[in-house]
Design a protein around this ligand. Structure first.
Ligand SMILES: NC(=O)c1ccc[n+]([C@@H]2O[C@H](COP(=O)([O-])OP(=O)(O)OC[C@H]3O[C@@H](n4cnc5c(N)ncnc54)[C@H](OP(=O)(O)O)[C@@H]3O)[C@@H](O)[C@H]2O)c1
Length: 243
């Protein structure tokens, strides 16, 4: 890994994909700030990750702009700055369009879209000062691939917003050498998908569902790919391109 990646913030890292992204950056020698709303789960993941001198846990809801500020402060105080932000915290749910409520939309917009927006706003001043940085947000291939049997207009409007946000922010921040990208997973085996995840294997031409390592490898690649910005990297076993 580039020796320059020393400090990484990962939101929503007390479970699933986020916890594995933390594991991956620790393996590569970086220090990590981990996050989630549930403090008990966060402490459990902190202990499981090991490397206690390189892991700081900051609990909080990313839809509150104060959480982004606390994550940023923790990275600066403990690890001297922020090289990479991974906006991973997210929520999902399947519900028909006509049954989707204001509360459902608030849930998706707050955690997924506002969380990504506010946490990025908190780290960007530090990245501009450092004249370098990488923001990677976890989107989804479902933004560009609707499914008649799994209605998801609610969460997709928030995830589509993350894709659009990243393309615009990449253009705005390129002059500061701050890169902004999206990793868009197919179906990945995590608590969000739950039991029976393997039944989704056939929708991926590679014939299996994704594992968290597939996503953390892609995030680590983008973090080090210094000529890549404004892109959406699909990590989906070929799902969006054919069956
Ligand atoms: N698994 C898939 O197939 C798949 C596919 C496409 C995209 N994704 C995306 O990948 C990301 C990770 O999902 P996952 O599958 O690993 O699910 P997961 O195991 O349910 O993890 C979601 C994480 O987000 C945190 N979170 C949710 N809302 C939050 C908030 N407002 N503030 C702070 N943390 C919050 C959760 O912790 P707390 O509940 O404790 O806050 C948890 O750590 C999500 O953005 C998801 O949309 C997943």
């Amino acid at each position: 890994m580039s020796q320059a990646i020393k400090s990484v913030i990962i939101t929503g890292s007390n479970s699933g994909i986020g916890a594995d992204i933390a594991r991956k950056f620790l393996e590569l020698g970086a220090s990590v700030v981990i996050n989630g709303r549930n403090e008990e789960k966060l402490e459990k993941v902190r202990l499981t990750l090991g490397h206690e001198d390189r892991v700081i846990a900051v609990a909080g809801d990313v839809s509150d702009p104060e959480t982004g500020k606390r994550l940023t402060q923790a990275a600066i105080e403990n690890f001297g700055g922020i090289d990479v932000l991974v906006n991973n915290a997210g929520q999902f749910g399947v519900k028909p369009f006509l049954e989707t409520t204001t509360e459902d939309l608030d849930q998706f917009y707050n955690s997924n879209l506002k969380g990504t927006f506010f946490t990025s706003q908190a780290v960007v001043p530090e990245m501009i000062k450092a004249k370098r940085g990488s923001i990677i947000s976890i989107g989804t291939v479902l933004v560009n691939h609707g499914m008649s049997d799994a209605p998801v207009t609610g969460p997709m409007t928030s995830k589509g917003g993350i894709h659009a946000f990243s393309v615009s922010l990449a253009a705005e921040l390129a002059q500061h050498n701050v890169r902004v990208n999206v990793v868009a997973p197919g179906i990945i085996r995590t608590p969000l998908i739950g039991e029976g995840a393997d039944s989704f294997a056939p929708i991926h031409p590679l014939g299996r569902i994704g594992e968290v390592k597939d996503i953390s490898d892609a995030v680590a690649y983008i973090a080090q790919a210094e000529f890549v910005t404004g892109t959406v990297l699909e990590v989906d076993g070929g799902y969006t391109h054919g069956r």
